[in-house]
Design a protein around this ligand. Sequence first.
Ligand SMILES: [Zn+2]
Length: 424
Amino acid sequence: MKRVALFLIILISSALSQIQFEDYFLEKTMRVDYYHVGDVNSKIIALDEIREEPYWGGPKKNLIDRFNFGNFKYEVYDLKTNQLIFSRGYSTLFAEWLTTPEAKKVRRAFHETVVFPFPKNPVKLIIYTRDEKNVFQKSFELEIDPKNPFIKKDKPFNFSSFKILNNGNSNDKVDIVVIPDGYTESEKEKYKKDLQSFVNLLFNSSPYKENKSNFNIWGVEAYSKESGTDIPRDNIWKETILNTSFYTFDTERYLMTEDNKTLRSIAANVPYDLIYILVNTPKYGGGAIYNYYSVAVADHPTFEYLIVHEFGHGFAGLGDEYYTSQVSYEEFYKLNVEPWERNLTTLVDFDSKWKNLIDQDTPIPTPPTDEYKNRVGVFEGGGYVPKGVYRPMLDCTMKSRTVDNFCVVCKNTIQEVINFYCEK
Ligand SMILES: [Zn+2]
């Protein structure tokens, strides 16, 4: 049986490695924008527009996703041969909103985007959504002819950009674009200084520090009319380029933007894999969604923790391991389904998680005692609830406001994702 499985793995991986970037793609990006509309009971995806963007910063060999992270997944097929030529997992703000009480009462529309290298020939794009058992179901399908004259080529947010950390070719590096929000033109130097701190602080934590030469970090000179950001419950409203706001889903520290279209158009100024938003405010807050975007505030004393923690979500799809803070989610993790996040388990399918890292004499669940303080186990509490969701170690940067403190499961996951972007 094992031999058959191994043979199949070899067969599948050799089939995947046959996809030559040059056979199917040009070195630029196709961006498909759509609206995700609905409530807890019904959702639809409706096309907004298709755009051509000037750079492709992602891998050219690792075209097919190997992680299966995220609430959604998209696949691109060559229309003529039906060959899968590109796939990625991702999550969105809409998916989080669906777990809030508001989604039971009102229908809303969120703007979302998928990107892939610009195809040479007609393709079929399929978007999948996880069902209540976390199995992907097809929710959208679109045939795209890259020669369609209505694919937009204008650059609505054309800004100058610069590389603050340069390690070479974007196709085999992790490229982060760090976009400023709430920095005015006269605060240009502050943005550059904050961006330099961002670079210094991100690489203080393992496993980022061992991988510094695998990253490029970009800045974009996209300044705002006003300084700061929105704080709705204090009646503070600022005109900023990305429209970030505290109190997302009425959680004070949850600082996000719903203006995805502007965000993506600004990011398109550079070749990027990941988007990070740096907000010019001393108030504590941030947020991040897997393969979507991450946010941190620049002027809070916990800046380093925020950068590293949020990037854990945005880059490696890690879940929150804490369970004591106030959030507005209801049943974020269903206890009868295994979550897709690598660092959380409901024990429904623990074999698919970090079981191989646990000593045989460690009990499952593991008591939170001194004996197991620095050992990998299965500790109850995580994913915003004290019961039924388990985490790998007593402490981790995904649990407490600490730095250089990722648990071994989170570290391993981050390293795997770095390797993927670096064509390993
Ligand atoms: Zn962890």
